[in-house]
Design a protein around this ligand. Structure first.
Ligand SMILES: Cc1cc2nc3c(=O)[nH]c(=O)nc-3n(C[C@H](O)[C@H](O)[C@H](O)COP(=O)(O)O)c2cc1C
Length: 349
């Protein structure tokens, strides 16, 4: 089936990067590791960002922490995201990211998790614009690669100060700001406030990436048109529809897109399997893949039964065979309602 078409548009600029279109996979801890980032780049996410990595952890150079910062050439443009509250650690971590050769360093200022905000990191950084100004300026001075930030709209309904933070970021030399349209207090409840994102965009020259609740390629395009944002980040919806960036790119280029068929899913699964087995041992690769199989299958007939099998069978090869069989059979009858239903209501940004 061919889905809608629109006015043809071309490449965009985001900071120093020239991108074919403005649709980007959002960073997600435990999900956007290097294999999945490569998969999403191949499925046309315009750039990729790692999950959050502790700036203080980088100072201690633990293997687990440093492994999170590994990336492959095919991911470029690739940013590595750090978080922390210690300005010295943040600057040193940014320099480490630069030495690794990443294209930009992103500072997580949206994480709502108590363990993180209690220390003054993540979304707590937005509570002290003056202090933030010093930290951001120091980070920008300490590296040559772009420094970018990802924030929420504010701490709570009474302090939605994202515009002030964007101004501080612009004055400090930050290259762009990604805004998840919820306050820290909201967590993942309610809806992302795109009106506020649009108002902020209208008041700043700094590139703004809008984020939150974009569940279809049509909505991704609509966000650019309606709110004037420079780019759109899509997180959870890409887990249920890993073709969303290809589809949004087709719409951006003025073409319609075809819904994925069984062949699209089978090649996606094969690629992801190869990428995971290249990075992890087979048992871990399968444990990791189970989550994706559950997300990819949602809305297809028999998805509940498929999921319960996937999570109870322990032999990785049997699970892979089951997955192939499932997607071979049933790609034409997806219940699209599933795609806009809330899920995964918790995360680090
Ligand atoms: C499981 C999960 C993990 C996340 N981890 C991160 C993270 O490491 N860094 C970050 O900036 N945001 C993180 N986020 C937030 C997302 O990047 C995004 O802002 C949020 O999910 C809203 O976008 P969406 O509605 O398109 O999913 C995470 C979200 C989820 C669901």
């Amino acid at each position: 089936m061919q889905m809608g078409s629109t006015v043809s548009r071309g490449a965009i600029r985001l900071g120093p990067f020239r991108l074919d279109h403005p649709f980007i996979i959002a960073p997600m801890a435990g999900i956007t590791d290097s294999p999945f980032r490569r998969l999403m780049r191949r499925r046309k996410s315009a750039l990729v960002v790692s999950e959050l990595v502790s700036a203080t952890g980088i100072q201690y150079a633990g293997k687990k922490t440093l492994d999170l910062l590994k990336y492959e050439e095919e991911e470029r443009p690739v940013g590595l995201q750090i978080f922390g509250e210690d300005p010295d650690h943040l600057c040193k971590a940014a320099q480490y990211v630069e030495r690794l050769g990443a294209d930009f360093v992103d500072l997580n200022m949206g994480c709502p998790v108590p363990k993180v905000v209690k220390r003054g990191a993540g979304s707590a950084m937005c509570r002290d614009p003056l202090g933030l100004s010093k930290v951001l300026s120091a980070m920008v001075r300490s590296v040559r690669i772009p420094v970018t930030i990802k924030i929420r709209t504010g701490w709570d309904a009474n302090s939605r100060n994202a515009l002030e933070i964007v101004r501080v970021a612009a004055d400090s030399g930050v290259t762009w700001v990604a805004i998840h349209g919820r306050t820290r207090a909201q967590g993942y409840s309610g809806l992302a406030d795109w009106e506020l994102i649009g108002e902020i965009k209208a008041k700043t020259a700094l590139p703004i990436i809008g984020n939150g609740d974009v569940s279809t390629p049509e909505l991704a395009l609509e966000k650019v048109d309606r709110y004037g944002v420079d780019a759109v980040m899509v997180g959870r919806a890409a887990l249920r529809n890993p073709f969303i960036f290809e589809q949004a790119n087709e719409l951006w280029s003025g073409r319609g897109y075809r819904l994925p068929d069984s062949g699209s899913y089978l090649s996606l699964l094969e690629e992801q399997r190869e990428l995971l087995l290249g990075a992890y041992e087979p048992r871990y690769a399968m444990i990791h893949m189970r989550k994706f199989l559950a997300w990819y299958s949602s809305g297809f007939p028999g998805c509940h039964e498929f999921r319960s099998k996937v999570f109870t069978i322990s032999d990785p090869e049997v699970v892979w065979d089951l997955a192939r069989l499932f997607f071979e059979k049933c790609t034409s009858e997806r219940d699209m309602k599933f795609l806009s239903q809330p899920f995964l209501m918790g995360g680090h940004g």
